[in-house]
Design a protein around this ligand. Structure first.
Ligand code: SF4
Length: 279
């Protein structure tokens, strides 16, 4: 075994140990936010390569930029367990996850861009960081953006909006922050305190998405609208039905009136990737 092979093996072993630690913390359906700053695993995120489940070209499926071409980087692992999650495969870090250094991932992104360059029609290409929850890897993403991709790509951060300390690290390098507000009826935890801190950090670049299910309560929706309107009435607000059932449709139209009464720009938009059946 050459020194290089030994070093690679050691690196792989370390990554596997870290993944095991991570998986132990990810109690299924716990819905608990890890205390990132006190956790030695997260403290040194810049020292390891995060798990990536896929990198691919497609079109944005939701929110106010729905339909634009993007290169998607999907990270594995999430601090929440929403009952409507459409990416369950990305929730935990798998033993066979792919690991990249920031430089290797940037090369992969550039390769995909070269392959699909014509689909961008001369516009600045956009990279969407998604998951799982990409901000679990904020240090790594900061390195990737600042050292390798910031001049070529615009940055779209797709996040559950619960990690304010992490968004602070990358906020200034993001062009758009697509932030979810999660309801207790879906995530079994009141996350509004975290959402408020998070939105205060990125209010100038954020738009909000709320997923409405048959279980969403009017009180929690009203609370979400209040939270956003108290920070800025100008923040764009998307109401996203989880399905097209009559009960949900009714609720969505009622909720639209509640939101439009307090905010300047409210839209009801479906998730296109569900219609395209590529979720
Ligand atoms: S935050 Fe997103 S990825 Fe995480 S469980 Fe909820 S829907 Fe799934």
């Amino acid at each position: 075994m050459t020194p290089h092979c030994r070093a690679e093996k050691l690196k792989t072993t370390m990554y596997n140990v870290q993944c095991t630690m991570y998986n132990k913390r990810q109690k299924p359906h716990s819905g608990v936010i890890p205390h990132l700053m006190r956790d030695p695993f997260y403290k040194n995120t810049s020292n390891f390569s995060p798990a990536v489940s896929e990198v691919f070209f497609s079109y944005q499926g939701e929110g106010i930029y729905a339909g634009i071409p993007q290169i998607f980087v999907r990270f594995e692992g999430c601090n929440l367990r929403c009952n409507y999650c459409d990416t369950p495969k990305a929730l935990t870090v798998k033993q066979n996850a792919k690991y990249f250094t920031a430089q290797a991932l940037s090369e992969y992104i550039f390769d995909i861009y070269e392959k699909y360059e014509n689909n961008f029609f001369g516009f600045k290409p956009s990279v969407s960081f998604t998951g799982g929850e990409p901000l679990l890897y904020a240090d790594f993403i900061k390195e990737l953006i600042t050292k390798y991709i910031k001049n070529k790509f615009s940055v779209y951060m797709e996040t559950n909006g619960t990690l304010p300390e992490e968004i602070k690290k990358v906020y200034k390098y993001c062009d758009v922050v697509a932030m979810d507000i999660k309801f207790k009826s879906a995530c079994r935890k009141d996350l509004f305190k975290h959402h408020k801190e998070f939105l205060k950090v990125c209010k100038n670049k954020a738009f909000i998405k709320t997923v409405i299910t048959k279980d969403t309560k009017k009180e929690e929706f009203v609370k979400a609208v209040k939270l956003v309107s108290e920070i800025s009435k100008k923040i764009k607000f998307v109401i996203q039905p989880s399905d097209f059932e009559e009960k949900i449709n009714k609720k969505v139209f009622e909720f639209y009136s509640v939101a439009a009464d307090k905010l300047d720009d409210v839209r009801i938009l479906p998730q296109l990737h569900k219609l395209w059946k590529i979720a």
